[in-house]
Design a protein around this ligand. Sequence first.
Ligand code: 13P
Length: 393
Amino acid sequence: MASTSLLKSSPVLDKSEWVKGQSIRQPSVSILRCNSSTAAAAAPSALSIRASSYADELVKTAKTVASPGRGILAMDESNATCGKRLASIGLENTEANRQAYRTLLVSAPGLGNYISGAILFEETLYQSTVDGKKIVDVLKEQGIVPGIKVDKGLVPLAGSNDESWCQGLDGLASRSAAYYEQGARFAKWRTVVSIPNEAAWGLARYAAISQDNGLVPIVEPEILLDGEHGIDRTFEVAQKVWAEVFFYLAENNVMFEGILLKPSMVTPGAECPVRATPQQVAEYTLSLLKRRIPPSVPGIMFLSGGQSEVEATLNLNAMNQAPNPWHVSFSYARALQNTCLKTWGGAAENVEAAQQALLTRAKANSLAQLGKYTGEGESDEAKEGMFVKGYVY
Ligand code: 13P
């Protein structure tokens, strides 16, 4: 639920009170080395930071995904969420229908000009297209890096006031190794921020495990749009959340050059009567990023979070009007797929038109990544918001 209200009931704890962090809270490596005797210094310290054997590859993958004029197609809806999408066009939630839709998406001609990475749900990572080609291979041929959603979704947090926590750390190392084997090169873990340090801890453990297995982790603490609060409140909450996230990422020795971030943009709550212009959203969001995100992070790939297709593109464009320390781009699901899905409607004869709809959005966002989107010629449908109260991905 909206962290804006929950933060009040779950204040950020003083660092000395953190229980989770204590298991790896040790003197920093440099202090230890300065104080240690020669003999102790010669022995390899259990505390020294071990770089992932994939370090170079991680940096390369992150840079490829964060390449100019390109962003991520998030098509990692769980089977339950994909079922809702299919129901909206009158289709049954069968594996065959999911396969037909995902085939349409990944085989849109020239998609790789605008899309650098695609996040897949586990089923899709191991799936073939309707013509029997491995989906992973189709993506690679398009020059798109395959990625995988690795979190296991949110469950109610026992004893809490409607709060939730994100599952999936158990067995994550072996799952990640298998996903790498299958062709995935980056991962995504989305948690909805209720209790900031709980969420940040989980994200940091996931990020460390991913890097250890050759996957670039996308770090995604989603701050939901739900609420009547103004943009200043979102800004305040986002600052707290990102401070926590980077504290724990550092504590877990995550290599910042080999991660990607997926933040929500700083906007007013969905039910706030005062709306913000793209310039205001850009100003707030960029000042948040500048205060909290080190320049060593290669890419910031925003989620769309229920904004309309056009709104998400305009906001991204506004953020790219001047050079940024990081590649500022998109990792949209709804804001790339909505018109495409409706155009398809499950009919084979609409596949080409649906692919064109996807390419239109992908190209618009590619231009926005370069700060060159004008917003001309957009349909009314693309301007319609997609906010759903209490949305669960
Ligand atoms: P939206 O762009 O629809 O908010 O997608 C969020 C997401 O995390 C998909 O991977």
